[in-house]
Design a protein around this ligand. Structure first.
Ligand code: ADP
Length: 427
């Protein structure tokens, strides 16, 4: 891709909803942001994009794959003109002793020929804080939180200096909160001292957003910055201070697409279940039964599509597989967890494709995996990120044809009236 005149910040996120969260943060802080789904190669993005977030699925991929995809994305972003690279991972630092945060950051440092990067997954708004290098989730250490039992990335050590130290040969240091509170100049001095001592990574304490702002300001001249979405919140202001980014009054609205609206829900989280009830009370809704899907397959999807197409003439519709925990357990006991999941994901993906062909242009999807399946089925490779609908969930617009207005929400996000609000906000 040719140099993109406006591009300032290139981001690599290790999962899809994390990428959206970061893009949302950048938009709220005044950057025009595009989220790319998967690897950016071969893609043309609008020339006025100031930040690009490549959403990889590298969090739990084999190390070599995660490294390769991250480095290739980094190279593409640099060629597109990015002046700074941000590597985004989870605010609970989801990883194992094998990686992938350490190996990916090592590889990005090599690619960018830089000896240093910051490490700060803190997200105080959601209770993730770092004190003396220890990550807390709410009131407990990461290692005492439910993350200790995560099926793929169990986090049994809260000391990030140690955790990262096991994932890299480079040395890892700490910038404690006392230094952070003395402001950006003190933080920069601490970076210099660490660098002189051959320390490649600075884990930086952050307990409140002010700490993240101070850290962000200290990162203006770094080529590589890493963290959760919070540590990126001040980066747009750095570009404004440098005269590279325009100051805007607020988040920019997306151009309207018009067309019919539908909600597809494959998330079974408590928040989603409440959202389904709210929507059902106001609009036509159809429940998909995984057991029926297992028995009759595509016929079920075809019936759902016929039903939705008819209802769409007069109203937005909801199609959902979302079910409370007991029902999900029963279904999983009969079908197996994976089969139940993939039956539902496949059904929602096929439905989304059919609905778009039937004229739906405004689409709300609940569920991280469900969103991934839908976006792939309708062939979306990149999204322009618009104003926030609810915390962490922006309105988005697909690039390419046909233009779709989308709200993609992961499990527990969104208020009870989220579906109704999202339909209203997607124009
Ligand atoms: P979340 O963001 O809430 O985790 P996801 O879409 O990522 O939502 O994951 C939910 C998973 O549960 C998906 O794989 C989906 O297909 C599956 N699923 C949805 N409804 C049911 C159900 N009724 N029974 C079993 N599995 C289901």
């Amino acid at each position: 891709m040719a140099q993109n005149g406006a591009l300032l910040l290139g981001c690599i996120a290790d999962d899809f909803t994390g990428a959206t969260d970061l893009a949302n943060t950048l938009v709220r802080n005044g950057m025009r942001t595009i989220q790319i789904i998967g690897m950016p190669d071969g893609l043309d993005v609008p020339a006025d994009a100031e930040a690009i977030v490549a959403a990889l699925k590298s969090r739990t991929a084999p190390v070599a794959e995660a490294v390769e995809q991250s480095v290739a994305s980094c190279r593409w972003l640099r060629q597109a003109g990015a002046r700074q690279i941000y590597f985004k991972y989870c605010s609970t630092f989801d990883s194992t002793d094998e990686g992938n945060i350490g190996p990916v950051t090592d590889a990005l440092r090599a690619e960018l020929k830089t000896d240093f990067a910051t490490v700060c997954p803190a997200f105080p708004e959601t209770g993730r804080t770092i004190y003396l290098g220890h990550l807390f989730v709410g009131e407990v250490l990461l290692s005492d939180s439910p993350m200790r039992n995560h099926p793929l990335t169990p986090m049994t050590d809260a000391n990030l200096v140690r955790v990262l130290g096991r994932q890299t040969r480079a040395s890892v240091g700490l910038v404690p909160v006392g230094t952070v509170r003395r402001g950006p100049a003190a933080i920069r001095n601490a970076f210099e001292t660490l660098r002189r001592n051959d320390v490649a990574y600075a884990v930086v304490d952050a307990i409140e957003d002010g700490d993240l702002r101070r850290l962000g300001a200290a990162c203006a001249d770094l080529t590589l910055v890493t963290g959760g979405s919070g540590a990126a919140m001040e980066l747009p202001e750095n570009f404004r201070r440098a005269g590279l980014l325009a100051r805007r009054a607020g988040e920019e609205e997306l151009p309207p697409v018009g067309g019919k609206a539908a909600v597809l829900s494959g998330s079974c989280s408590p928040a989603t279940l409440a959202q389904v009830e709210r929507m059902r009370a106001r609009h036509p809704a159809l429940k998909l039964d995984p057991l029926d899907l297992a028995e009759r397959g595509n016929a079920v999807v075809a019936e759902a599509l016929a039903w939705a197409t008819a209802e769409l003439e007069t109203s937005p519709v909801l199609v959902y597989a979302s079910a409370p925990p007991e029902a999900v357990k029963t279904i999983q006991a009969k079908l197996g967890r994976e089969r139940a999941g993939s039956l539902v994901e496949h059904a929602l993906a096929t439905l989304a494709d059919g609905l778009v062909k039937a004229g739906v242009r405004r689409l709300v999807v609940a569920g991280g995996e469900s969103s991934g399946a839908v976006v792939q089925a309708v062939g979306i490779r990149a999204l322009q990120i618009g104003p926030q609908i609810d915390p962490g969930i922006p309105a988005t617009l697909s690039l390419g044809e046909p233009k779709l207005a989308l709200a993609l929400k992961s499990g527990n996000f969104g208020a009870e009236d989220f579906f109704l609000k999202a339909i209203d906000r997607l124009r």
